[in-house]
Design a protein around this ligand. Structure first.
Ligand SMILES: Cc1cc2nc3c(=O)[nH]c(=O)nc-3n(C[C@H](O)[C@H](O)[C@H](O)COP(=O)(O)O)c2cc1C
Length: 319
């Protein structure tokens, strides 16, 4: 019998748990040159803004040990262009399309949701709240539980499309933000966005990124992401798309054991977009070899024996 790797993410039927991470596969056209988009369980497009944005000065990417540092700065051609140039392309595929929205005020997030509400072929909105809050001097919206909740509420009031809140790891306690967006109507969570970082060229003594600082992604951040997913899973009842450093089928299993319903893959697609085929095949083989019929049965099944639990409030293996 074939193992069942399908998952249901807040009503979105996905053939498998793999989702592209926003910003790492363009808007579909680009990635479709390398991989059949229907191989993914869902496709998340690059964050789109209301108006055109040029993005940050170059260089925008620096290679680091175990990952990359980026500061793209949400380069976007604007929502009207996205709707005319990319959405019709995405509609041709059976894969659910998740559209990531980004803005610098709650009003603009709501406006984006209102515009996309009128369009066919949008399975969910992913609200990227890791963007700078221009009204508050540029700090990230996603670092403040009240503002995060307010943005999600504004988006929910503007659309009936399922809303996924994408959280930043650059906070002291991600569960406070997660609970706030859940209370304000988020249907699911995506975590994590990139981890704040900086790299310096020792010869020129200049920062390697044009923006000076950026966000780290790739295998180096996976343990951070696993912990954030595990912490959050125990505090909310909405499903989680876990992401950060996924490159192999083992990483996918690890995120699901930590509590993820679906799993994002981003940086790993740059060197090898076709790794998604191997990941899915090997995931099925692992399930067959271990007599696991449904992937969903693994969700949150990390076992923390009592002697390891120490003082953290975890569900302890009764055995
Ligand atoms: C080049 C690049 C661009 C990104 N652009 C976005 C974006 O537009 N919106 C967003 O929510 N996340 C963006 N991200 C973050 C990813 O979606 C993802 O959360 C992060 O990279 C962790 O996953 P990974 O380690 O598998 O890449 C970007 C990441 C990279 C590397």
């Amino acid at each position: 019998m074939q193992p069942d790797i399908s998952v249901n993410l807040c009503g979105i039927e996905m053939a498998n748990p793999l989702v592209t991470c926003s910003g790492t596969s363009g808007n579909g056209k680009e990635m479709s040159r390398f991989v059949d988009l229907e191989t993914f369980g869902a496709f998340t497009a690059k964050s789109v803004t209301l108006d055109k944005r040029p993005g940050n000065p170059t260089p925008r990417i620096a290679e680091c040990t175990g990952g990359i540092l980026n500061a793209i700065g949400i380069q976007s051609k604007g929502i009207e262009n996205f709707i005319s140039e990319y959405l019709p392309f995405l509609r041709q595929f059976k894969v659910p399309a998740i559209i990531s929205i980004s803005a610098t005020s709650a009003e603009d997030y709501a406006r984006l949701a209102e515009i996309l509400e009128k369009e066919d072929g949008v399975s969910a909105l992913e609200v990227n709240i890791s963007c700078p809050n221009l009204k508050a001097g540029g700090s990230s919206f996603g670092a403040d539980p009240e503002i995060s909740g307010h943005i999600i509420r504004s988006v929910k009031n503007s659309t009936g499309i399922p809303v996924i809140a994408k959280l930043t790891p650059n906070v002291t306690d991600i569960t406070v933000i997660a609970r706030s967006v859940e209370e304000n109507g988020a249907d699911a969570l995506s975590l994590i966005n990139t981890v704040a970082g900086m790299a310096i060229d020792i010869h020129s003594r200049r920062p390697k990124l044009g923006n000076v600082t950026g966000g780290l992604s790739g295998p180096a951040i996976k343990p951070i992401a696993i912990k954030k997913v595990w912490d959050t899973y125990r505090c909310v009842s909405i499903p989680i798309i876990g992401m950060g450093g996924v490159a192999t089928w083992q990483d996918v299993v690890e995120f699901i054991l930590a509590g993820a319903t679906a799993v994002g893959i981003g940086t790993a697609l740059f060197p090898n977009p076709q790794s998604v085929y191997t990941i899915i095949d090997n995931l099925k083989t692992f399930m067959k070899d271990n007599s696991i019929e449904r992937l969903e049965d693994l969700r949150g099944q990390v076992v923390v024996p009592s002697e390891m639990a120490q003082s953290c409030a975890v569900t302890v293996d009764p055995s």
